[in-house]
Design a binder for this molecule. Sequence first.
Ligand SMILES: C[S@@+](CC[C@H](N)C(=O)[O-])C[C@H]1O[C@@H](n2cnc3c(N)ncnc32)[C@H](O)[C@@H]1O
Length: 267
Amino acid sequence: MIKKFQDLNYTDFVGSINQWNVLPGSYDTLSKWKVFSNLNEKSRLLEIACTTGFSSRELAVMTNCSGVGIDISEKSVEAAQKNKDIYSPEINIDYKIADGCTYQDSKLFSHIVLGSGLGFFDDPKQMTNHIPDILEEGGYVLASPFYAIKEIPQSLVEKAKKIFNITVTQEDYKEVMNIYSDFEILFEEKSIPIPETEDELDHYCESTIRKFEEEEGHLSEEDKKIAYGRLMEIKIMSNELRPYQGYSTLVLRYRKSTYKKRCVELF
Ligand SMILES: C[S@@+](CC[C@H](N)C(=O)[O-])C[C@H]1O[C@@H](n2cnc3c(N)ncnc32)[C@H](O)[C@@H]1O
C-alpha cells in the first residue's frame, strides 16, 4: 500500500507518512514563543500552513490555548486531525483545509503562527498583508524563517527542488526580514543549525516509520524500506543544506498605529 507514496509530492508525502515535520528550532522555538508572546490559556491561536499540526498542538499542550490550524494540503490536515486524536485529544484546536491568504474567521486571533511556512507560499507578501484582517490589535505573529548565510551552490539548489518541490530560500538575512517589516519586533534570536550525524538521522527515520506502523498497523518489510528510503532522502537533503542556513526565532507584534511604519531603531 505504501508504494504509492513514492509518487506523492513532498507535502503530501509528509502528510501521508505523518512525519512530524517541525518548524526550525522545534520545541526550543515553541518555548521561546510561549514566554515572549505571553501565550496562555486565554490566547486564541491560528497556525497557518500547519502541515501535521505540530506547532499548534504542542503549544496548546504547553499553554492550554485554543485555536485553529489551517493548510491547503488535504493530506496534511487529515494528519493534523489524526495526531490530535491520538496524541492530544484534550486540546481545543480545530484543523481545517484553507488558504492562509484569504482565510476568515468569525473571531479575531491573539496569535498567528507562521513558523517557516512563508517560504512555501507563492506570494508571501499577500499573506502578511492579510494578517491585520484576522489578528487582533496588539496580537502576535510567531515566525521562525530560514535565511542563507552564504551562497548555496546551484547544484544543491536544483537537487533540493527535486525533493521539496520548491526552490529553497537563497535570500539573505535582510531580505528575509524585510517580509516581516510591517510589524514590531518584540523578540528575536538568530540560530545556526548543526547538521545531524548519520546515527541521529537513522534514529529519527526509524522512529518515524515505527510510529507510523503503530498508528496504521503492520507494514511489510518492503513497504518499510520504501518509506524509510524516501524519508531518509528528505532528511539527508535538509542536512546538506544546514551549513548554508541560519534561522531566526521571532515574536512580532501588530499594532494599527505602527503597522507598516518603523518608529524605533532595529537595535
Ligand atoms: C514545510 S510546511 C510549513 C512548515 C511548518 N509548518 C513550519 O512551521 O515551519 C509548508 C506547508 O505550507 C502549506 N501551504 C503552502 N501555501 C499555503 C497557503 N496559501 N495556505 C495554507 N497553507 C499553505 C503546504 O501545504 C505545506 O503543508
